[in-house]
Write a protein that binds this ligand. Structure first.
Ligand SMILES: [Zn+2]
Length: 283
């Protein structure tokens, strides 16, 4: 794939491709084990030079931080336990997460939340692990990186329990409609948009929602290697998604928001910098 999504001529100098920040990239996934430097090089050519590596378990969060340490100014990490792994969350986990969250390269607590779609962990364990990580984020002064599937009401209830102590955060990979979006905006959250929006078969509610999403609350992410945008041409044979597809998410999102891709690029980069406190990009 090349940066075909971006509406600039292919020969345009790299410097003129708008800068984007991928706030959710699962770069420690085994599918990137053999060629991560190439993946990051391709991403950089498409304007994606700053990325936040998602931590989904204690081990994955440690690995995310380790990776971020190798590329300061370009990679950051989150630290948390995904609802799928909620039954692994105990006091020892929390002690280690608290320690990880002290590191300046760890810019958010999560990914944490509720997933009643897969139910890989019992729902009561999910609720407990989630509530404890929300507390931890508040105590650590970190933003939240949030995951929710088919659990909107319970998810909302746990966030609302925090009242004014609720930290800033992002509803990552938001896939719902206008009602859920309004609930998250009311809580002060940002909305993370992935390649889900590029799938016309299942994104009609999402597209309706983002039509009224304020520009100061929008973020973009690939959630790679998952969620390869369905509108990418040609589709890679491996089906692996990479950060270089982020301009395609921006392109489709911009058309749903009724603004230009440049406006979305500028807004999402500014929002990601401010929300996660990211320093200026690498040169
Ligand atoms: Zn997720």
């Amino acid at each position: 794939m090349s940066c075909a999504s971006w509406p600039v001529p292919a020969q345009q100098p790299e410097a003129e491709v708008p800068e984007l920040i991928d706030v959710g990239a699962n770069l420690t996934h085994e599918s990137f084990r053999d060629d991560l430097p190439d993946v990051l090089e391709r991403a950089a050519r498409c304007g994606v030079r700053r990325l936040i590596v998602t931590g989904t378990s204690l081990a994955a969060s440690r690995a995310a931080l380790e990776l971020a340490t190798t590329r300061p100014g370009s990679l950051w990490a989150t630290a948390g336990v995904h609802p799928h792994a909620a039954d692994t969350y105990d006091d020892a986990t929390e002690v280690e997460l608290r320690e990880l969250l002290r590191n300046p390269l760890v810019v958010a607590a999560g990914e944490c939340g509720l997933d009643y779609n897969r139910d890989y962990s019992p729902r009561n364990a999910q609720r407990t692990a989630f509530a404890r990580q929300v507390e931890l984020a508040a105590a650590s002064g970190r933003a939240l990186f949030l995951h929710q599937r088919e659990a909107h009401q319970d998810f909302l209830a746990i966030l609302r329990e925090q009242g004014s102590r609720l930290p800033a955060g992002v509803a990552h990979c938001f896939t719902n409609g206008p009602t859920e979006m309004a609930d998250y905006l009311d809580l002060g959250l940002h909305i993370g948009i992935t390649g889900w929006i590029c799938d016309e078969r299942r994104s009609s509610e999402l597209r309706r929602a983002v039509a009224s999403l304020p520009l100061d609350r929008v973020l973009v992410e690939t959630d790679c290697p998952y969620l390869l945008p369905r509108s990418i041409r040609p589709q890679p044979r491996s089906r692996r998604n990479e950060p270089e597809t982020l301009p395609e998410v921006v392109r489709v999102l911009a058309s749903s928001m009724n603004v230009s891709p440049d406006v979305v690029a500028e807004a999402t980069t500014r929002n990601a910098q401010a929300l996660f406190g990211l320093s200026a990009g690498p040169c």
